[in-house]
Design a protein around this ligand. Structure first.
Ligand code: B16
Ligand code: MG
Length: 217
């Protein structure tokens, strides 16, 4: 029985992952640290501080400098997302939320991002979800299950009736740790550990997705 869907934000409902990449890249160039698109793949769904630790690849910084770098990256990110509108929704995102609402299924967004509320407001998505959980509301970020468990709690549902939609390896791990089924969006190398892998949200209809997930459980 499936009663609720919990969506990741960056990379699932909107493509802010590109803006995260450009902001980290700018910081890395300023500081003379090599940083490629491939390096950025490992940062999907990972919190700001954990991302900076990965970008540093074992190098350490004094705490104050670490904070300054994290804040600088965030400033660059905020500059890039200042112009976000509902046109930045990924194909099928709004339609999928609408189909869920029509089918009487609950909807939440659970993002590691501390900027998630602002982005969700700009995308005009608040009317389509029951619950929004962001990186300011839990201690541990993905791959810990906390964001998804918090979303289930606020939805008033048990984890086993929830389905997570994720684009990140860390997010899929988090959903599994929460005891939820998970749909992976993107290439198998990245999201192959999900229960169902699809290239993008508009690739399958809701009925077909539910059939796949219920058949496999
Ligand atoms: P912020 P998600 C994640 O969002 C991003 O995928 C990840 O790249 C980012 O570092 C993280 O949010 C924290 O974001 O710096 O805005 O707090 O994929 O969980 O929606
Ligand atoms: Mg994501």
């Amino acid at each position: 029985m499936i009663r609720a869907f919990i969506f990741d934000l960056d990379g699932v409902l909107t493509d802010t992952s590109e803006f995260h990449y450009l902001a980290w890249k700018r910081l890395a160039e300023e500081e003379g640290i090599p940083f490629t698109r491939e390096d950025n793949e490992a940062l999907r769904g990972v919190s700001r501080h954990d991302s900076l630790r990965r970008l540093l690849k074992g190098r350490t910084l004094p705490p104050e400098q670490f904070e300054e770098w994290a804040e600088r990256k965030n400033r660059y990110y905020l500059e890039l997302i200042a112009q976000i509108t509902p046109q930045n929704l990924l194909p099928g995102a709004l339609e999928f939320l609408q189909a869920l609402q029509k089918a009487g299924l609950k909807r939440a967004i659970a993002s590691s991002s501390k900027n998630a509320r602002w982005v969700v407001e700009r995308l005009n998505l608040l009317p389509w979800v029951d619950v929004l959980v962001d990186g300011t509301m839990v201690e541990r970020s993905k791959p810990a299950p906390d964001l998804f468990l918090k979303a289930a709690e606020l939805l008033g549902e048990q984890p086993y009736v929830c389905v997570v939609v994720e684009d990140a390896e860390a997010g899929i791990e988090a959903a599994r740790a929460a005891g939820m089924r998970v749909i992976g969006l993107g290439p198998r190398e990245r999201v192959g550990k999900a229960d169902l892998v699809i290239p993008r949200l508009d690739a399958l209809g809701l009925d077909e997705i539910l059939r796949h997930l219920e058949h496999d459980s």
